[in-house]
Ligand binder design. Structure first.
Ligand code: NOJ
Length: 785
C-alpha cells in the first residue's frame, strides 16, 4: 500500500521541535527535576543534557539481549508474579510494564531495573482514559461538553493523579472516529467528527503531558490510539477489518491522530485491525511512510495487546517468527503483553531476516521516550520515596470531586423537555426507578482504570443529597438491565474482577408492580435506564440499539400511570430512542458520568446547572440507518425532507434523517440566532473572511449554548461532504443577553485532500452555515479567488 499526501500551502513546524528547543534551554538553565546520581543509567551523566548523545552512548554499551529486552511491555497480572517480574527486569528483559497502579507496587520493579547491568529505568503505563482515581465522564460525555477547557481539566487531573501513583504513561487519548454505534468502543472515543475530535485530541495531549520536556513529575506521556482507523471496523464488529479509500482516510479518519502527533504525543498505540489488507501492526506504509516520514513523528510506537502474535491469525504471518519479523520491520517498537520479540528476535537477527538497524531504531525510540518521560534524570521521578507514599491509595482526600462534578454537569445532553418538565422542583414526591438508578459500577463507564465503584455517587444518592428533606424520594429498581441470560452471562464473562450485572431474583412483573406503585404515589417519575457499562465496551458490539426488553416493559408500565416521565439515560453509544421520544416527558442523555455523576445529574435535573451539552455523534432512528453521520458526501439524487420520496437516496419504511442530529442539545432557556454576516464576499488564497452571527438568550434563565460553524464546498474537483464542522464557540449568556460571535475563516478551513491526496483549497464558492446544531443552520456564501 502506498499513499502519499502533499500540502500546497502551509508548512508545519512540528511541536516536538519546539519542545526539544525548550527542553534544552531548561536543561542548560538547570531547571529540570534533580536526579538521584546513584539511581541512573550507566550512560555518561555528562551527556544527559543532550538526548541524542546520551542515548547513543547508552546504546553502544547495550548487548543484543539488553536491546531486545527493551522492546517488551509486560502486562502485570496473575501470569507474572511481582517477584518473577522484578527478576526479569533486573536481567534486562523488560522495557516497561502496565497495569500496576501504585507507587508501592511500582517501586520494587524500578528497583529491579536499578539492579540491572545498565540500570536502564523501566516505565509504568496504564489505561488512564477518562480519569484515574477520580473518574470523569466517558469520552463521548467529554466530547458532549464541546468545551475544551472541560476536556483539559479532566485530562490534566487524570495525569496528575496517575503521576502521583507512579505512572509515566497513559494509553490515551483514544481518538478513533466512530460512525457506527454498534461498535462498543464508540463509548471511549469523542464521536464522529474529524474537527471536534482533532481539537479534543490536541488539548488532551497537552493536558496529559504538560508543556515541559522532559515531561514534568506531575504529568504523564500520552499514547494516542488506536492508529489507525479502528473506529471504522466493518459492521461495527470489534477487531474487524477496515477497508477505506484514501480520500476518506485522509479527510475524515486520520486528522485526529495527526492532531495528537502535532501536539507532541510521545507515543502511538498501533491498532488491532487491518487496513486495506495489511494489519496496522505490520503496516510499513502506516507506521513509517505516513507516521514518521509524512507527519514527522519521532516518538515511540507500542503494539496493542498481543497484536504481534495476532499477525498469524490475520493470516499475514505463518508463525510467530514471521510475525515478529513483519512487525519490527514495519516499525512497531514495543510488543505489548507477549514474548514474541523476546523469543523471536535473537534468531531473526542471527539469520539476517531482521537487520541490526531495525532493532536499533526501535530501541532508540524506546530510550528516547524514557528520556522524554524524565526517567533518565530520575527513575523514581513519579514513584517518589517510600516515606511519601499515600497511606491509602483510594483515600477520599486524593479525589477531585469538585472538578469531576463540574465537568460531568457539562457533559450531559438534554434531548427532550416537553411542557418544561425539567427542571424539577425540590418539593413533593419523586419516584426514582430503573436498573441504573443505584448502580455504582455503572457510573464509572468503560475503561474506568483505577476508579473505585463504591466512591461513585449514584443517581439515588445524588437526588437524595439534593432534596434533603424538602422532597420525598421513593426508589424502586423496576427492572433488571436485561432478562436475557445469554447477555448477562456474556457481560459477566468479560474480564471484570467480579460479576457486574447482578440480577434481582424477583420476577419482572413483581419489580414492575413495585415501580408502578411508587410512580402512582409520586408527582414525577425519574427512570434511569440504558446499558450496563459492559454493554458499551471493548468487544461489546451490538446488533440492536434498542433498550433491552426488560427496561422497555418497565417504561411502558410507568407511562401508563400518566405521571410525567423523565428518562435519565446511561449508555455508551447512540440508542434507538423512538419510543422514548414519543412518550417521555423529558430525556437527559448522561452517558456515564463518573465519580460525581449522581450529584452532577441532580444539578441538571433540579436546574442548579442549566444543561449545555451537544451531541458529538448522530443518533440514528434505527440500526438500518447506520452509518448515519452528518457530514456525509453529496449525492446525485439526495433525499430532500418534506418532498415526496421518489428515486432519491432514502429508506422507505421510516422517516429519513437522524432522530437527533450531530450538534443537537436543548437548554432550560431558549436561544435565537441571527443570520450570518460575512465580512466580504470574496477571499484571496492567503486572506480571511469573518463570519458573524448574534446569538441571544431568549428565555428566563442564564445558560450556555454552542454556536457551530459549518462549511460546504459548493463545487469541487471531487465529491465533498454536505457540510463539515470547522469551528465552534461555547457561549454563556444571561437571560435576555445577546452576543456577537465571530469566526475567522482562512484557507486552512477550506482545505481537503483531493484525489491525488494534495491538501488544497480549491477556488470557487463556499457556503458558510452557522447553527446551534448541524441541521438547523443560517447560511451565506463567499468565493475563494
Ligand atoms: C487493549 C485495548 O485495545 C487498548 O485500548 C488498551 O490500551 C490495551 N488493551 C491495554 O490495556
Amino acid at each position: 500500500m502506498k499513499y502519499s499526501a502533499t500540502s500546497s500551502v502551509v508548512a508545519r513546524t512540528p511541536h516536538h521541535q519546539r519542545f526539544t528547543a525548550l527542553a534544552s534551554v531548561l536543561l542548560i538553565a538547570g531547571l529540570l527535576t534533580s536526579f538521584a546520581p546513584d539511581a541512573q543509567a550507566q550512560a555518561n551523566p555528562a551527556l544527559l543534557k543532550d538526548k541524542a548523545a546520551f542515548v547513543n552512548d547508552l546504546m553502544k554499551q547495550m548487548t543484543l539481549d539488553e536491546k531486545i529486552g527493551q522492546l517488551r511491555l509486560v502486562s502485570i497480572g496473575p501470569e507474572m508474579p511481582a517477584k518473577k517480574l522484578a527478576d526479569e527486569i533486573a536481567a534486562g528483559r523488560v522495557g516497561g510494564t502496565f497495569n500496576s497502579v501504585t507507587r508501592k507496587d511500582n517501586r520494587p520493579l524500578q528497583d529491579g531495573a536499578m539492579r540491572s547491568r545498565l540500570k536502564i529505568p523501566i516505565f509504568f503505563a496504564y489505561d488512564v482514559i477518562h480519569g484515574h482515581r477520580t473518574t470523569f465522564p466517558i469520552g463521548l460525555g467529554l466530547a458532549s461538553a464541546w468545551d475544551l477547557d472541560a476536556v483539559a481539566t479532566a485530562m490534566r487531573t487524570s495525569a496528575n493523579e496517575a503521576a502521583a501513583d507512579g505512572l509515566d504513561m497513559t494509553f490515551a487519548p483514544m481518538v478513533d472516529i466512530s460512525r457506527d454505534p454498534r461498535w462498543g468502543r464508540t463509548s471511549e472515543g469523542f464521536g464522529e467528527d474529524p474537527y471536534l475530535v482533532s481539537r479534543i485530541a490536541e488539548v488532551s495531549v497537552r493536558a496529559l503531558q504538560g508543556e515541559q520536556k522532559p515531561i514534568a513529575a506531575d504529568r504523564v506521556m500520552a499514547s494516542v490510539k488506536h492508529f489507525a482507523l479502528y473506529g471504522a471496523v466493518e459492521g461495527g464488529r470489534d477487531y474487524n477489518v477496515v477497508n477505506m479509500d484514501p480520500m476518506r482516510m485522509y479527510n475524515d479518519y486520520l486528522p485526529p491522530y495527526r492532531a495528537a502527533v502535532d501536539a507532541g504525543a510521545g507515543a502511538v498505540m498501533v491498532a488491532l485491525n487491518s487496513i486495506n489488507g495489511t494489519p496496522a501492526t505490520s503496516n510499513t506504509w502506516l507506521l513509517q511512510d505516513l507516521l514518521r516520514k509524512d507527519w514527522g513523528f519521532k516518538g515511540l510506537t507500542v503494539s496493542d495487546h498481543g497484536a504481534i502474535t495476532e499477525l498469524v491469525n490475520h493470516g499475514v504471518a505463518h508463525d510467530e517468527t514471521e510475525a515478529a519479523q513483519l512487525a519490527i520491520k514495519a516499525g512497531t517498537d514495543m510488543s505489548m503483553a507477549d514474548q514474541v520479540y523476546l523469543g523471536q528476535l535473537p534468531g531473526l537477527l542471527k539469520s539476517g531476516k531482521v537487520a541490526q538497524q531495525d532493532l536499533d531504531n526501535a530501541v532508540r525510540e524506546i530510550l528516547d521516550a524514557k528520556y522524554d518521560m524524565g526517567l533518565f534524570h530520575d527513575p523514581y521521578l513519579r514513584i517518589g520515596r517510600a516515606d511519601g507514599d499515600p497511606a491509602e491509595v483510594n483515600a477520599e482526600s486524593r479525589l477531585h470531586r469538585a472538578a469531576a462534578r463540574q465537568v460531568a454537569a457539562q457533559s450531559m445532553v438534554l434531548l427532550e423537555n416537553r411542557n418544561a418538565t425539567l427542571p424539577l422542583k425540590k418539593a413533593g414526591s419523586i419516584a426514582l426507578v430503573g436498573p441504573l438508578a443505584d448502580s455504582h459500577i455503572d457510573m464509572l463507564g468503560s475503561w474506568s482504570g483505577a476508579g473505585v465503584d463504591k466512591q461513585t455517587i449514584t443517581l439515588k444518592q445524588g437526588l437524595q443529597d439534593a432534596v434533603g428533606d424538602k422532597a420525598k424520594l421513593v426508589y424502586a429498581r423496576g427492572a433488571n438491565i436485561t432478562d436475557d441470560k445469554h447477555i448477562v452471562d456474556y457481560l459477566n464473562f468479560m474480564n471484570w474482577d467480579a460479576p457486574e450485572v447482578v440480577q434481582d431474583k424477583r420476577s419482572p412483573q413483581a419489580m414492575i408492580a413495585e415501580a408502578v406503585r411508587a410512580a402512582r404515589k409520586a408527582d414525577v417519575v425519574v427512570a434511569a435506564v440504558g446499558e450496563s457499562r459492559g454493554m458499551s465496551h471493548e468487544s461489546s458490539s451490538r446488533t440492536q440499539l434498542t433498550l433491552p426488553d426488560s427496561q422497555v416493559a418497565l417504561l411502558k408500565a410507568l407511562k401508563a400511570t400518566g405521571k410525567p416521565l423523565v428518562l435519565v439515560l446511561m449508555n455508551g453509544r447512540p440508542l434507538d430512542l423512538n419510543w422514548a421520544r414519543e412518550n417521555a416527558s423529558a430525556i437527559l442523555e448522561t452517558w456515564y458520568t463518573g465519580t460525581e455523576g449522581g450529584h452532577a445529574i441532580a444539578d441538571i435535573l433540579f436546574g442548579d446547572v442549566n444543561p449545555s451539552g451537544k451531541l458529538p455523534i448522530t443518533f440514528p432512528r434505527s440500526v438500518g440507518q447506520i452509518p448515519s453521520y452528518y457530514n456525509h458526501a453529496r449525492l446525485g439524487r439526495p433525499f430532500t425532507e418534506g418532498k415526496p420520496g421518489n428515486y432519491t437516496s432514502q429508506y422507505y419504511e421510516e422517516p429519513n434523517g437522524p432522530l437527533y442530529p450531530f450538534g443537537y442539545g436543548l437548554s432550560y432557556t431558549g436561544f435565537s440566532l441571527s443570520g450570518v454576516t460575512l465580512s466580504q464576499s470574496t477571499m484571496k488564497a492567503d486572506g480571511k473572511v469573518e463570519a458573524s452571527v448574534t446569538v441571544k438568550n431568549t428565555g428566563q434563565r442564564d445558560g450556555a449554548t454552542v454556536v457551530q460553524l459549518y462549511i460546504r464546498d459548493v463545487a469541487a474537483s471531487v465529491v465533498r461532504p454536505v457540510k463539515e464542522l470547522k469551528d465552534f464557540r461555547k457561549v454563556m449568556l444571561k437571560a435576555g443577553e445577546q452576543q456577537e460571535v465571530r469566526f475567522v475563516i482562512d484557507a486552512k478551513a477550506l482545505k481537503f485532500y483531493n484525489a491525488r491526496l494534495e491538501h488544497v483549497a480549491e477556488p470557487g464558492e463556499f457556503q458558510v452555515q452557522v447553527g446551534l446544531d448541524s441541521k438547523d443552520v443560517k447560511a451565506a456564501s463567499f468565493t475563494l479567488e
